[in-house]
Design a protein around this ligand. Structure first.
Ligand SMILES: Cc1cc2nc3c(=O)[nH]c(=O)nc-3n(C[C@H](O)[C@H](O)[C@H](O)COP(=O)(O)OP(=O)(O)OC[C@H]3O[C@@H](n4cnc5c(N)ncnc54)[C@H](O)[C@@H]3O)c2cc1C
Length: 502
């Protein structure tokens, strides 16, 4: 049986019996879990359909470098289709999964008003997590998160745009507001963002402007927690804070953000005092919320859901009561596993092996065990912190490790080579190869959010196109014919032009 793409949601979706015909595996998501799960099934006797809402595989850990002009989006987001081109048993479908039907074993996805229903025998869900504003979703308009290429490009536009506007600002107050950058959240992403904005202001851009002194820019890192990088422990947190302060970043801890608007934000300190920080550019790097698909799976299976919206799974990563559904990565709640790439990668490989074992009639594996390979975060060029088991590394050695690990995990040889060149330009020199920004980058998200029906409202539905096109063509033909006969009439009646012989 081929992997069917069914247009009618009413189509029968009865599961294929194991061993009878080619087993259909549907993978939701093209992130770490989705991609590594699909690749791990390359030798299995299955047909894999990956359904994902973007056409690329995103290497999220380097998003901050796209936002600050070091890397291009293509270097951290290669096309999934290209990565899987040689894997004959895998195909890719673009679409946002809106519904998973556990009874009928189908996955429904949508893209620009087109709906696809894909039946499965085994499902691997790896839809990750999005940004959480802790119930204050209106903050998002003024403080973009760091979860997607769109986010990173919007932030790039906002950061470089702030320097441009400051150069033509008329008052000192305005310049200060434009040259104040606030990063909310002192986890690895917040630390990396704050460090890079400080390097931009103090190093990269210092010679490029005439009226403003970019070194006067304020970069503020705020967090309600009492320390920087809590999962790295007290010692590395303190060292990171000192390093950031050495770079000129103001670290404000115990400060909870309670309001965000176009021109700044309000924070509440531990003593209850509220204060305002005027800042045009805000970056939200605090809080994650699992994909809404986790809630759907929990509701249909009776599995628990935690506060971050993650679904509780069995020790073998299957959904309670549904051995044919595996859930991996940032969406799951199991034994306090952290939301890191290795949890998703190892989980997806485990699920792929289990699928293969079942098809071969082998015994189930032992419960999933995560092997912690360590965590690291960069602070600036040549400076990072790393925690590997009990070993704590800081400074240049940690940075070299960061470099090696990221080179290994960036997908594709092309991307590795270009990333290495860009890093040489930015870290040995002071350049940033990717400073291009456009108005669309900065404002399109807000504009699209205001559109009723989103992007689907901007395109015609399938089928509507032909009618519309012939109507438009007829109108255009009539206009052109009218214009042409008027031109002829003007010339022939002598109203316009010189008559031959005059
Ligand atoms: C800025 C940032 C920096 C990070 N830095 C590090 C780091 O240094 N080290 C580390 O280990 N981890 C880091 N992480 C965490 C790491 O990226 C995640 O833990 C990892 O990506 C989780 O993998 P996943 O497969 O669960 O989800 P993801 O990799 O997020 O993939 C989810 C996929 O599902 C797709 N998707 C979502 N919803 C739908 C839907 N409804 N329909 C179809 N497709 C859907 C998405 O488009 C995406 O392809 C970072 C995360 C961020 C955001």
């Amino acid at each position: 049986m081929s992997v069917d793409q069914v247009d009618d949601p009413g189509t029968s979706t009865s599961p294929t019996p194991l061993g009878a015909e080619t087993h259909r595996v549907v993978v939701v998501g093209s992130g770490f879990g989705g991609l590594f799960g699909t690749k791990a099934l390359r030798r299995a006797d299955v047909e894999v359909t990956m359904v994902a809402k973007t056409t690329h595989h995103l290497f999220q850990p380097l998003l901050y470098q796209v936002a600050t002009g070091i890397l291009s989006e293509g270097e951290i987001a290669p096309p999934t289709r290209e990565i899987l081109a040689k894997q004959r048993n895998a195909r890719v479908i673009l679409g946002e999964v809106t519904h998973i039907d556990l009874d009928r074993r189908t996955v429904t996805s949508q893209v620009l008003g087109r709906e696809t229903v894909t039946p499965y025998d085994t499902l691997l869900v790896a839809a990750g997590a999005g940004q959480s504003y802790f119930g204050n979703d209106h903050f998002a308009e003024f403080a973009p998160g760091m979860k997607s290429i769109d986010d990173a490009l919007e932030l790039r536009g906002r950061i470089f745009g702030a320097f441009e506007l400051a150069e033509i600002a008329e008052t000192e107050e305005e310049v200060e507001r434009l040259l104040t950058f606030v990063v909310v959240g002192a986890g690895p992403t917040g630390v990396e963002m704050a460090g890079q904005i400080a390097e931009l202001a103090h190093r990269t851009l210092k010679r490029d402007f005439r009226r403003i002194n970019t070194r006067h820019a304020r970069v503020i890192l705020v967090d309600a927690a009492p320390q920087v990088l809590p999962p790295f422990g007290e010692k590395l947190g303190r060292k990171t804070k000192e390093d950031l302060e050495g770079l000129g970043v103001e670290v404000q801890l115990g400060a909870m953000v309670v309001e965000v608007d176009e021109r700044g934000l309000e924070v509440q300190d531990k003593d209850g005092r509220r204060r305002r920080i005027d800042a045009v550019t805000k970056v939200w790097a605090a809080g994650v919320q699992a994909s809404p698909l986790a809630k759907q799976l929990a509701e249909q299976s009776g599995a628990p859901l935690d506060r971050a919206g993650r679904v509780g799974v069995n020790p073998d990563l299957t959904l309670p009561g549904h051995p044919e559904v595996f859930v991996v990565g940032d969406m799951i709640s199991l034994n306090n596993l952290p939301g890191v790439a290795q949890v998703a990668i190892q989980g997806a490989k485990y699920a792929a092996k289990e699928i293969d074992n079942r098809l071969k009639g082998k015994a189930p594996q032992e419960p999933f065990r995560y092997f912690d390979k360590g965590s690291m975060a960069t602070i600036s060029r040549f400076r990072a912190v790393a925690l590997i088991g009990k070993v704590r590394l800081t400074g240049f050695v940690a940075w070299l490790m960061w470099l090696a690990v990221h080179l290994v995990y960036i997908t594709g040889f092309k991307s590795r080579v270009t990333a290495l060149l860009r890093w040489a330009v930015s870290f040995i020199g002071r350049g940033r190869s990717e400073r291009t920004t456009t108005e669309q980058q900065i404002f399109a998200r807000t504009a699209l959010n205001r559109l009723e029906g989103g992007t689907a409202g901007l395109v015609s539905a399938p089928g509507e196109w032909n009618d519309q096109r012939s109507e438009l063509a007829a109108q255009r033909r009539a206009t052109l014919e009218e214009q042409a006969s008027e031109e002829v009439r003007l010339t022939d009646t002598g109203v316009r032009g010189a008559r031959v012989g005059d």
